[in-house]
Design a protein around this ligand. Structure first.
Ligand code: AQP
Length: 340
């Protein structure tokens, strides 16, 4: 089976974008792939995290994985910091990646903002660690939201440069021609980029100061309903064809959310609701969102109330991940020329 790796940062406020762009798709890949799903706590500390909050958020993301339907007995669910190979391989990749490559990363530019001198070195090196996360398991497929496309391309560049630079050593160690695969991003579907409910030009984001901009996975039914009712729209009725959504980002976003939650194409949503008022469509969207997200939120609350159980899942996952990681790192040491 092909190997899937993906991660979610425990940075609080898990939202509908994380669910539709990532977690829901993680669940769908379980039958056809061997999967590693990681709570990337080392990525989280590239910006300041209060230690007590970080612990709680690591357990909350783990709970979201399980509550959404990821099976930690069939697949591997763990937190990054428990497997030291991530940091070790990231260092090797820091020495493979070029400054010019990292200088082009838009996520760093957005997150560092104007005060770049004051951003952490970790925030800058974030894409090397992400490449290490994936390649430590020699994963071939990576389901992510569209915002991660550039980092995935960098991962492929790093894999390729490593394979080229160390080509003779890879062969001399009997490891074939190319050691790392070039992983394929799995990006797509109607919710690859879920937008803010307040502004169709901004992505739905954990850090948006307005809670009305996003639906959190822990929101209850009343809150979900009121956020959808207050979501920004335009005065026109919904179009009957996808073409008519062009230039109407808020309408397109809500239709995309409906399609992804209901597992139907956008066209079908428009066949059903096109020509009608937003209020009718929004009422149906509330029902669908509450039916889908309500049970997940409730199960998350139940799970986070049992931190020992969650920690046991993470420890078990980390132990299984470590076996795979150690095998890769032994090869990497030989390839690079480290004595062991
Ligand atoms: N709006 C989104 N639409 C679709 N997919 C999204 N993802 C994030 N936002 C959307 C996908 O969710 C996965 C986990 O993302 P992350 O852990 O990198 O966190 P984040 O939500 O992007 O949050 P940040 O970076 O901590 O904060 P913000 O967003 O406030 O800057 C990824 O697969 C991501 O693509």
């Amino acid at each position: 089976k092909p190997l899937v790796f993906s991660g979610v940062q425990p940075t609080g406020n898990l939202h509908l974008g994380n669910y539709l762009g990532a977690i829901q798709r993680f669940v769908a890949l379980q039958d056809s792939h061997d999967c590693l799903y990681c709570v990337v706590d080392m990525h989280a500390i590239t910006v300041w995290q209060d230690p007590a909050d970080l612990k709680r958020q690591i357990r909350e993301v783990t709970a979201a994985f399980i509550a959404s339907g990821i099976d930690p007995t069939k697949h591997i669910v763990f937190n990054q910091s428990q497997v030291s190979g991530h940091a070790e391989l990231a260092w090797v990749f820091n020495c493979v990646a070029r400054l010019g490559w990292l200088n082009r990363m838009t996520q760093f530019k957005e997150k560092a903002g104007k005060d770049r001198e004051n951003a952490s070195v970790g925030l800058y090196a974030y894409p090397s660690l992400m490449a290490a996360d994936i390649l430590l398991y020699r994963a071939t497929h990576v389901p992510v939201g569209e915002d991660q496309k550039q980092h995935l391309e960098l991962t492929r560049d790093i894999a390729q440069k490593f394979n080229n630079d160390f080509g003779p050593s890879i062969a001399a160690n009997g490891l074939g021609e190319a050691f790392f695969p070039l992983p394929e991003p799995l990006i797509g579907g109607p919710a690859a980029r879920v937008m803010s409910l307040r502004d169709g030009a901004k992505k739905m984001s954990k850090s948006d100061p307005s809670d009305l901009s996003r639906i959190n996975l822990t929101d209850d039914a009343d809150l979900i309903a009121s956020k959808i009712r207050k979501a920004k729209t335009d005065p026109e009725p919904l179009p009957s064809e996808a073409e008519g959504l062009k230039g109407r980002p808020e309408a397109e976003n809500l239709v995309g959310i409906y399609a992804a939650l209901g597992a139907v194409p956008k066209e079908e949503v428009l066949t059903q609701f096109g020509g009608g008022q937003f209020s009718t469509f929004k009422a149906a969207l509330v029902d669908l969102a509450v039916a889908k997200l309500g049970p997940i939120g409730a199960e998350m609350q139940r799970l986070v109330a049992e931190p020992d159980h969650i920690d046991a899942i993470l420890r078990d996952g980390a132990a299984r991940a470590r076996v795979l990681a150690d095998a890769t790192m032994a090869n990497v040491r030989d390839i690079v020329g480290f004595v062991r």
